[in-house]
Design a protein around this ligand. Structure first.
Ligand code: ADP
Ligand code: ZN
Length: 606
């Protein structure tokens, strides 16, 4: 362990990084000086170092509260790899072993101890802490204290006791959930009124946001994976358990290592699947939203949504699991007419009291607004979280491939009037058939080949009309009848029909045909940052070596080195241990343990 206790040297020698990122330096300084802090930083922003470095600078043991046992173990393993004296106390530990850790802690032989909240607040543990020298308390995933939030953990409410029992010890609460009510609740519940609040920007510049028009979701997903994420790991979110199972199976038949994860699976299956996702390279987790809280895996290269998320907050949270390592990652969503109809119906049917329903509708409008937007997706997202962004991010679908928005007033009038003429009870496919004048026996038998809107929509094809109806439903001009999914006019439709109030529509992009048998060229997003072919091979070789080492030690690969570190090795190709030490993420301990091994791999590619 290093004896130099200045934060900058610890950053360099223990963690192998040259510079602090963003607010890290201020936060570290503040906490080292004994101040309380509330840190709001996006996923991947680098929250851990904000308490890990003060833990090494300050005298005594740092106590880290973390809600997920499965992940504590990996965090502890990663710290130990870096030569830090860390341990965890939780219910998965046999009592004798837990007491041994507590003994080490009180004897001053630990730098960090990770503990589950319910354990921390027991009399026994608090009493042991009273005998130890405590450097600081770090409360990770602090939003779990919020009763209104998505991850409420009643045990977090007990943590207020720390302020009373350890008045002189600095406390730092950290979270990626930033809305104002949650923030207020954290401060109140944890007794952090005097704390400095650090708010980092919420942008995740390395994530590319994209929404594609749903035609055949599974095939589109298959093409997306093959062309951009061959052999990489990621998460696919689906709404239902059944769809999770089916999608995972289908991907598996296409040679992709896909595993299901949802609440209906046996506990043991679920945790085995999660372990494989964390420990192996290139596993795709197909999951309901039950999966992901606190997933620390840094190299998730994509998050794909086959169904709409619950809200824009949920979407940001879920997509935020991609690219924590700062390397390019994709947030890809497949969205179509059926999704809008289903979700509008869901809110309609909800039996919430009117006030709550109003909020549900606002949230839903924000979500659909995001999907339908012709604007920079990043600007729309950040604005929703109260942050200004000028747009033109250059890393979302609408920036890279601008959407053609047009004055769709006449088109909308035709579509609306068609709903009216056919009696306000049919879905989009039928309505499109009438507009395009299709020779469809159902249309004829209903006599709808005689209505005035029959065949007046020749300027668009069926898919384009469906898109128009989707946009009208998303925009609230058309309502969905729940039982049969028929469309009817909303009050807002009349100003368009009667007074020609303007409607802006987006033209659907021409779809690359999602061919059944045709092979999609293989590709990986990570390749964009690697240059020539030999580097890719070297990167693959470095990864393979890392996997062997990780298997032998029973830890996830990223505990050895992050992808980012291997990417840099593959690009720089250091020839000596001295040069190897300059690679980001190679601290003293790791240089000693793995330097020669990876130099050996690099040598083969010189
Ligand atoms: P968070 O907990 O905020 O989601 P982490 O603490 O896991 O984020 O950090 C995300 C990634 O960024 C990790 O791979 C971490 O090693 C890396 N990282 C953090 N701080 C720095 C830094 N100053 N320089 C380089 N990489 C960093
Ligand atoms: Zn953009």
């Amino acid at each position: 362990m290093t004896t130099d206790r200045d934060p900058k040297s610890i950053l360099r020698e223990v963690f192998g990084y040259g510079e602090f990122r963003g607010l890290q330096e201020c936060i570290v300084e503040h906490v080292c000086g004994g101040g309380d802090a509330l840190v709001l930083m996006p996923t991947g922003g680098g929250k851990s170092l904000c308490y890990q470095i003060p833990a090494l600078v300050r005298d005594g043991v740092a106590v880290v509260v973390s809600p997920l046992i499965a992940l504590m173990q990996d965090q502890v393993a990663a710290l130990r790899e870096a030569g830090v004296r860390a341990a965890a106390v939780n219910s998965s530990l046999p009592p004798a072993q837990a007491w041994r850790v507590i003994g080490e802690m009180t004897a001053g032989r630990l730098d960090l101890v990770y503990v589950a909240p319910e354990r921390l607040v027991t009399d026994g543990f608090l009493e042991s802490l009273g005998r130890a020298k405590v450097a600081l308390f770090a409360i990770d995933e602090a939003h779990c204290v919020s009763q209104w939030g998505h991850d409420f953990r009643p045990e977090y409410r007990g943590l207020g006791v720390l302020a009373e029992r350890f008045p002189g010890v600095p406390r730092i609460a950290l979270t990626a959930t930033a809305d104002a009510p949650t923030r207020g609740e954290i401060i109140e519940q944890l007794g952090l009124t005097g704390a400095a609040v650090f708010v980092a920007g919420f942008d995740r510049p390395n994530i590319r946001y994209e929404v594609v028009d749903k035609i055949d979701a599974r095939r589109q997903l298959g093409a997306f994976l093959a062309s951009r994420h061959d052999g990489e790991s990621g998460i696919v979110y689906c709404m239902s358990r059944r769809k999770v199972d089916q999608t995972a199976e289908w991907l598996a038949t296409r040679g992709i290592q896909a595993l299901p994860y949802h609440a209906g699976l046996d506990n043991s299956v679920r945790s085995a699947n999660q372990q494989r996702f964390l420990r192996e390279d290139g596993v795709v987790m197909v999951a309901t939203i039950a999966f992901g809280m606190g997933i620390d895996k840094p190299d998730v290269r994509f998050v794909a949504h086959l169904d709409l998320p619950k809200s824009l907050e949920a979407y940001y949270q879920e997509t935020g699991r991609a690219g924590r390592d700062g390397l390019p990652a994709d947030a890809w969503m497949c969205y179509g007419y059926g999704d809008v109809v289903a979700i509008r119906g869901l809110v309609e049917r909800s039996e919430s009291p009117p006030e709550r329903k109003r909020v549900e509708n606002l949230k839903l409008n924000a979500l659909l607004g995001y999907c339908e937007s012709g604007e920079c997706r990043r600007a729309v997202l950040l604005r929703y979280f109260g942050e200004q962004h000028a747009g033109g991010c250059g890393n979302c679908d609408t920036c890279l491939n601008p959407v053609d928005c047009y004055d769709g007033t006449v088109v909308a009038q035709k579509a609306l009037s068609n709903i009216y003429r056919t009696g306000q009870r049919f879905g989009a496919a039928y309505l499109a058939a009438v507009l395009t004048g299709a020779d469809d026996p159902k249309v004829t038998s209903n006599g709808h080949d005689m209505v005035s809107t029959f065949g007046i929509g020749g300027e668009l094809d069926t898919r384009e009309w469906t898109s128009v109806y989707r946009q009208l439903v998303a925009g609230g001009l058309v309502e969905v009848e729940i039982e049969h999914g028929g469309l009817r006019l909303a009050p807002q439709a009349w100003p368009v029909l009667r007074e020609g109030q303007q409607v802006r529509l987006r033209r659907e992009r021409k779809i690359e045909r999602v061919a059944g048998r045709k092979k999609t060229p293989k590709g990986r997003s990570i390749d964009a940052v690697l240059g020539a072919e030999p580097d890719r091979d070297l990167f693959a070789a470095l990864k393979a070596r890392r996997l062997e080492l990780a298997r032998a030690r029973g830890v996830p690969p990223y505990v050895i080195f992050h992808d980012r570190t291997l990417v840099e090795m593959a690009a720089v190709k250091p020839a000596t241990l001295g040069l190897m030490a300059c690679i980001g993420g190679v601290g003293e301990k790791k240089l000693e343990a793995y330097g020669e091994i990876f130099l050996g791999v690099i040598r083969e590619f010189r």
